[in-house]
Design a protein around this ligand. Sequence first.
Ligand SMILES: C[S@@+](CC[C@H](N)C(=O)[O-])C[C@H]1O[C@@H](n2cnc3c(N)ncnc32)[C@H](O)[C@@H]1O
Length: 385
Amino acid sequence: MNQLDVKKRLGQFYTKSKVSDYICSKLKPGEQSSMIDLCAGDGSLIEPYYQLLTGERITACDIDQTNISLLNKRFPEIKALHTNSTDARKIKHLFKSYDLAVCNPPFITLKFPMSWNSLLEASFHFSTLKYPAEVLFFLINMRLLNEEGRLAIILPDRVLTGSKYYEFRKFIFTTFQICSITELYSNAFKNTEVKCHVVIAKKTKPEGSTINISKLNENGALDPTITTNIDDCIERSDYSYHKSILDLCCKKNSLESIGASITRGSKCKSAFHREGVRAFHTDSFKAKKQNGYKNMSVDNIHKANKGDVLIPRVGTRCLQNATMVTCNDLVFSDSVYRIRAPQEHQNKVWKFFSSSAGKQLLVSISKGVSARFVAKADLLRAQIF
Ligand SMILES: C[S@@+](CC[C@H](N)C(=O)[O-])C[C@H]1O[C@@H](n2cnc3c(N)ncnc32)[C@H](O)[C@@H]1O
């Protein structure tokens, strides 16, 4: 297996020092604290702690021997263990041994290790054949902490926003004290553009009914903290979304309340292409032209007419686009949403989605780790004017 394959299979994407320093400033060690990193990699998260703690108080694990050799060179006094941290038999002796844990787990799926049979209070509706590693690592880290121990874990966006993770969010937000959730700027990691959050949790019962969420910017500054109800955080706990809700709370109308409908195209661009049909796609917004997409062979339910608004459903940079349709029978791909509002609201809907507030809304309600997508339910509910 070549280097790149190993990197992908083991999720070897490393944290930039701005994020490691931020984590250390939020999860401050006491002089006598012991700490562990179960997925240490090149030691990015350990670095700031190495300045504050004596090396022998730090344990670093990694499944890759190359990383262990690197860690031994970089931090000679620490305990570096070459081990599979998801194997309960190999790390059982470390249970309840640490005051602090830091972790940036690989964002991969794995077969749920049988050695952890008793780890899960609930299955969270994940299959044992395709279990998200980040969920497993959260739970394992909690096992390693002392009674009042604290964990800082980097989690991909899907854990905080995805509907599949609802039960998991409910479990961790109602079982542990969540000290803070911080959304990270988009290129916080080396060689990848994944959207992530730092969750800091204490292994004690929740103390109140709120969670503080914020956002770390590229310049190292934090956006003002928003205090949110745990119940709202269980629905979604990304800062961008809650900020957009706050910004829009003075508005009263959503697409749902004005009776608008949202429809995505019936097929992907290439499927249309194979049938000789040209479909308006996410890459069509930039050209600002609508001719050439008219087609009578596609059913009317999946075509756009004059007055409809088209917006991208997926993408990263293209999410800030929108266009108002100026012709009839325009075919669009399944990466595009058609918003059809009652005639009296059409101009207001277009005014909103063509404004910077509308563009910002699409970016902030979008979900996903690298390729972002806008969920229809979130779009229908958003207050727009
Ligand atoms: C996302 S990287 C994080 C590295 C480092 N902590 C950082 O933040 O830059 C994940 C690391 O976990 C290691 N890893 C993957 N699966 C593992 C496993 N089952 N047990 C221990 N380490 C593992 C990978 O080799 C990789 O170095």
